[in-house]
Design a protein around this ligand. Structure first.
Ligand code: MG
Length: 327
């Protein structure tokens, strides 16, 4: 059976059976003209939207349906994490080619619902449309945060230390491995297919008020460093030797490019958090080290002089330009 064989209400029913029971703050959920949500007391709402388009953001030849659903939601969760927000609800807009098998449809929803459940995010509504071309998933997500805990890109000051969660470059290496068609069973491929949004880490940074600036790495570390520097009006010097790059990623890039630093720093889809911390507040990262899921690494420092620099030993070069996709 294909999507074309099912009515819209049958598809919505398939989505609903894959979602957990509605939380009590959801006054009106799926099935009416709009969702009605009770706002959290003394909390602000963080809103974000992101679309995943077949052929641009994913390739169905090597991205299983569950991974498509997972990634579509993970990018939104990562944005909420970067703002220090606790995930709350999402609206899901699906644009579907009629020839999509309904097992694939179920797989996409299952991948998305599994990740949503893990982060206690509830899909409160959405929309289904036919596509004459590619498959698209467009998700609007909301999270809540206390006013004084909102994380932004703009608060870094000269002297602040720069940190990153997890490791960088693995997703970009994984995408290259998958696209090369090798029968890869590798952690890098999994980092691309199932990125882990750093929700817990973002919440801990916000609650501790440890970070002066924060963003998530969707377009690569080099891009993240530039964005924080530009928003905060500071320079940043990154120490290339300290960049956390796992062995498989390092080997892959060294074999392909002779050097792992530049491709790892410019490759996208990491969904790690980059953040800045005043040196006298670095002790507040202890909670993150104890209770976060990902290791954190100090990779640089903010400077008065507004240059964004990659330092290798004693050699300073401008931070390489990241890969910039439209959309
Ligand atoms: Mg972002």
């Amino acid at each position: 059976m294909l999507i074309a064989d099912l009515s819209e209400s049958e598809l919505i029913a398939r989505v609903q059976t894959r979602l957990p029971q509605a939380p009590d703050w959801l006054v009106v959920g799926i099935g009416d003209d709009g969702a009605v949500i009770e706002a959290g007391r003394n909390r602000l709402e963080v809103l974000t939207v992101d679309a995943l388009v077949e052929g641009i953001h994913f390739d169905r030849r090597f991205t299983p349906p569950a991974a498509i659903g997972h990634r579509a939601l993970a990018v939104n969760l990562s944005d909420l994490a970067a703002m220090g927000a606790e995930p709350r609800w999402a609206l899901l807009s699906l644009v579907l080619p009629p020839a999509l098998p309904f097992e694939d449809f179920d797989g996409i929803i299952d991948g998305l619902a599994t990740l949503a459940r893990r982060h206690r995010l509830h899909v409160v509504g959405g929309n289904l449309t036919r596509s004459p071309g590619p498959l698209m998933l467009d998700i609007t997500a909301a999270g809540s945060v206390k006013r004084r805990q909102v994380l932004q890109r703009s608060g870094a000051k000269p002297g602040d230390l720069v940190f990153v969660t997890g490791t960088i470059g693995a997703a970009a290496a994984g995408l290259e491995m998958l696209a090369a068609g090798a029968d890869v069973v590798d952690a890098c491929a999994d980092r691309y297919l199932h990125p882990v949004p750093r929700v817990r880490e973002g919440l801990l940074l916000a609650r501790n008020r440890a970070a002066t600036a924060c963003m998530d790495l969707s377009d690569g570390l080099a891009d993240g460093v530039r964005q924080i520097a530009a928003s905060s009006g500071v320079g940043i010097t990154i120490d290339a030797e300290t960049l956390p790059i796992d062995d498989a990623t390092r080997h892959w890039f060294e074999r392909r490019a002779g050097n792992a630093i530049v491709p790892a720093a410019t490759g996208g889809d990491d969904y790690e958090l980059i953040f800045t911390v005043r040196p006298n507040r670095a002790g507040r990262l202890k909670a993150l080290r104890l209770h976060g899921g990902a290791p954190i690494t100090k990779i640089g420092v903010c400077t008065e002089e507004r240059h964004v620099i990659l330092r290798s030993g004693t050699v300073d070069s401008p931070m390489p330009k990241g890969y910039k996709h439209f959309g």
